[in-house]
Ligand binder design. Structure first.
Ligand code: CMP
Length: 138
C-alpha cells in the first residue's frame, strides 16, 4: 500500500550543508516528496512535537537542539513509507546504524542524529499536520 511518512532534516544536517545529499538519498530510494519547507521550531513547538519524551533526561537538550536553527520538514510518499524510511535512516544511535544509512553517513551522535522519521502511520499523519496545512501537501 502506498502511504506517507514525515521527516525532519534536523538542525545539524542543515548546519553541515547536508540538505542536498540527504534529499538525493531519499529520492533515489524511491520516496516522492509531497510537501517540503525550511522552517524553525519555537521552544513551544518542539515541546509539543516531542511531548512523548518530556520525562526523559535528554528532553531539555532535545528541545534546545531542535530549535537552535532551521530544519527541513517534509512529507514523503512511497509503498510501505514509514517502515522503509526507518530502514533508510538507520538506528537512533549512528554507532549502531547499518552502513549506508542516512544516520551512519551524516549523524554526529545519538542526540544529534541528522534526521527524524515517523514511527507509525498514525504519528506520520499527526506530525505532517503539525508542520503543514492541507494546501501545502501535494
Ligand atoms: P528521534 O528518535 O528522532 O526522536 C527522539 C530524539 O531524542 C532522538 O531522535 C535524538 O535526537 C534525541 N535523543 C537524545 N538522546 C537520546 C537517547 N539517549 N536516546 C534516544 N534519543 C535521544
Amino acid at each position: 500500500v502506498t502511504n506517507r511518512t514525515f521527516t525532519i532534516l534536523k538542525p545539524d544536517s542543515v548546519e553541515k550543508g547536508y540538505i542536498g545529499a540527504i534529499l538525493e538519498k531519499i529520492s533515489v530510494s524511491g520516496f516522492r516528496i509531497v510537501a517540503m519547507k525550511l522552517t524553525q521550531m519555537t521552544k513551544a513547538d518542539a515541546e509539543t512535537f516531542y511531548a512523548i519524551h518530556n520525562e526523559r533526561p535528554f528532553f531539555k537538550d532535545l528541545v534546545e537542539y531542535m530549535t537552535r536553527g532551521p530544519i527541513v520538514a517534509a512529507v514523503l510518499e512511497k509503498e510501505n513509507a514509514v517502515e522503509d524510511f526507518r530502514t533508510l535512516i538507520g538506528a537512533t544511535n549512528p554507532a549502531d546504524a547499518t552502513e549506508g544509512t542516512i544516520r551512519k553517513l551524516y549523524a554526529t551522535s545519538i542526540s544529534e542524529n541528522a534526521v527524524h522519521g515517523s514511527d507509525s502511520d498514525e504519528n506520520a499523519a499527526i506530525e505532517s499536520a503539525f508542520h503543514f496545512s492541507g494546501r501545502e501537501i501535494f
